[in-house]
Design a protein around this ligand. Sequence first.
Ligand SMILES: [Zn+2]
Length: 134
Amino acid sequence: MSRRKGDGFICLVMEKTYLMTCEQCGGELASFRQGSAQGVKCTRCGWSVVTTNIQGIKVDETKYEVRCHGDYQDKAHIRAVSEVTGSNFLTSRNMLQKGLVLVFVGEAEEVLRVRTILVSAGVVCEITPDFNWV
Ligand SMILES: [Zn+2]
């Protein structure tokens, strides 16, 4: 399974949080935070949307580094690294053979996409500094 840029989930949530009036009654929405969940709630009728902490990701300007280690004999792992790095199959396999390897540097949204590709292929990844959007 691979997910590409078109993955609509974040976009959908973002659109909803941009509309700062209630879908149900047109009342004013206020943001709230509860544990790791975050969202908006109508001050009039109590209708709410939970965005699971995703809305702040757009303003997170941290440059994250994604390192991963996988099995260089596992084609799914190689393909995931290839997709993330833009390298060809052989180069990606060589990267995995080296052990923990830096595959991506970028901002939170892209990191989330990259992480999803790697994790869904079964590749273990480490993100520094601490990544709070998962
Ligand atoms: Zn309402």
